[in-house]
Design a protein around this ligand. Structure first.
Ligand code: CUA
Length: 329
């Protein structure tokens, strides 16, 4: 009875786990042509790996069963086998063919994944500068609009991303799985990637390189909007930013300051800052975030070494209107 129960139990567990476990191993639904190329390659290679796994494990189990000892004495050798030319040719030629087929397929897919579509006349293309910093993503649009952690992009338009990290920072990795592969943000180097999302929606990702204490907080998302909505958003942001107001202040507080000091300024990895006069003084705040601080009061990195005055003003006006209470939750 037990002989039957154990395999039956395994089969039951496998039947329950298998579909959801399989879903864990498949890439997310692609929403950009390059992400689609990655998934197609993954699935193509998976066909071979699964087939080879089943073949090898199947033969292993079959041979263990077929050539089990039975009643032979423990130390009796099996019949010697000398050469099997056809078999040897098969297990040499087979893998060569499999690897060749996979290589051809991947090289055929690669340009569609890696190469940024060249902008042709009459076709729109958008370029966004992406900067990875401890511990936030900063985006800069061609008209100078700055955004933190949430990128907005127009649907159906190829978006070229120019990805870097400041010299004094560390390596981060830009990755929105539904919108293509990872690309590292490396100090002293400029990398490029792209996406073209046809469906409006929010696509989430995460810094994919362990970059320090708050790496897990370094989330990113891309909000794909209908073209006209995007244009309107970008123009509004430009106006707000010139005036030193708008969402940028809130984004900077939540995306940069709060990750270490808490959303209410209550303190966390960094000290409590609620009520600090620095928060409402553009000059002190600019000096602090641009140059950082070392000393008995503690070390504050230069988190905003390249922030312009508009960003500082937006942050200060947000903090004046919404002073951090100091009470978490
Ligand atoms: Cu940036 Cu992990």
């Amino acid at each position: 009875m037990r002989r039957l129960l154990v395999p039956a139990g395994f089969a039951l567990v496998a039947a329950i786990v298998a579909p959801s476990a399989f879903a864990q191993f498949t890439p997310v639904v692609p929403e950009s042509p390059n992400a689609d190329g990655i998934r197609t390659s993954y699935l193509f290679i998976t066909i071979f790996t699964v087939a080879i796994f089943l073949l090898v494990e199947g033969l292993l189990v079959a041979f263990i069963w077929k050539y089990r000892r039975r009643k032979r004495p423990r130390f009796e050798d099996g019949a010697p086998v000398h050469g099997a030319t056809k078999l040897e040719l098969a297990w040499t030629g087979g893998p060569v063919i499999v690897l060749f087929v996979i290589a051809v397929f991947v090289f055929a897919e690669l340009p569609g994944i890696k190469n940024i579509p060249t902008a042709t006349a009459g076709e729109e293309q958008l370029e966004i500068k992406v900067t990875g910093r401890q511990f936030y993503w900063q985006f800069e649009y061609p008209n100078g609009v700055v955004a933190i952690d949430t990128m907005r992009a127009p649907a159906g338009v190829p978006v070229k991303l120019v990805v870097r990290s400041p010299d004094a920072d560390v390596i981060h990795s830009w990755w929105i799985p539904a919108l293509g592969g990872k690309i590292d943000a490396i100090p002293g180097r400029t990398n490029q990637t792209w996406f073209r999302a046809d469906k409006p929606g929010t696509y989430r990702g995460q810094c994919a390189e362990l970059c320090g204490l708050e790496h897990a907080q370094m989330l990113a998302s891309v909000e794909v909007m209908p073209r006209l909505d995007f244009t309107a958003w970008l123009e509004q942001r430009r106006t707000d930013q010139t005036a030193g107001t708008g969402e940028l202040g809130k984004e900077t507080w939540g995306g940069v300051c709060a990750k270490c000091h808490g959303l209410a300024g209550e303190g966390g990895v960094g000290p409590r800052i609620a009520g600090s006069p620095t928060l409402t003084s553009p000059q002190s705040l600019a000096t602090l975030v641009r140059h950082g601080r070392t000393g008995p009061q503690g070390v504050m990195p230069a988190v905003g070494s390249d922030w312009n005055d508009e960003q500082i003003t937006a942050l200060v006006s947000y903090l004046k209107e919404n002073p951090p209470s100091g009470n978490a939750g």
